[in-house]
Design a protein around this ligand. Sequence first.
Ligand SMILES: [Mg+2]
Length: 310
Amino acid sequence: MFGRLTTSRAGCRAFALGSQPKRAASAFASSAPRQAMRKVRCAANGSSSSSSKLIALDFDGVVCDSCGESSLSAFKAAAILWPEIFRTPEAAARKDELVEKMRAVRPVVETGYENVVQIRCLYEGVSVDEMLAGWEKMLPARMSQWGLNRAEMVDLFGRVRDEWIAADLDGWLAPNRIYEGVADPVRAAMSRHELYIVTTKQAHYTEILMRDMASVPFPPERIFSQTVSGRPKGEVLAALAQAHPQAAERVFVEDKLSTLEKVARDPSLSDWRLYLVDWGYNTPAERARAAANPAITIIDKSGFVDLLAV
Ligand SMILES: [Mg+2]
């Protein structure tokens, strides 16, 4: 497959960056899988040895604890969307309480814009337990009730982050945290294995955090973002597997159990080894469910180091 590729490395890089727009574009959604496949071919061009693993890492909750930043960005976005609620002394007085509750409900978030819907729900009195138990149905119901559109919400959340980064990069970085003991094994694995990041976070934020917080200059063509398309990570895994047929193993590391369960149910992805990290945004109940699933292995930090080392 790679023998037919003639695109230069520089060309691949340009395509990779161009395929991950900062903001939503409706035309992108329908062509996302094809573009993802082309991007994988570019990223994989000229690589792969039979002894290296193909490793796909989730970002938020595996490499980076971004909960503080995403909650503060959600408050800023909510203030733009609903100024009559969030630009009031009452909302300002409750900011710390709301941000704290946002950490508790983080396990159910799939994509960043959902934080904005969550913070209004919490402001209006929805409890943490109600949200943890019923977010899958609550999200579309509230989106409909408040007349919200997914692409516009992705755009708004991205705009808030872009403006924050442009005005105060250090201030935006500060509430993010790279998990202890994660950056070094990721850096070492980049030369040893076929390493990718597969995330629902927009790619350019991931790249900034890897560079400025983790001190790991991660190649942008190896960062796959599903923010705009909203399509499942399984599609990227399938494209990666096709691009690296000689990989000794296929490894997917996540902190969100439902994402691993979806991959585990897909027979076409049965040769991926699935790992749930015991840090990040999962609950004790989810870890217990993962432990009972023979397709999923729970790993701690030392397991993560071993997984990326050999
Ligand atoms: Mg995650």
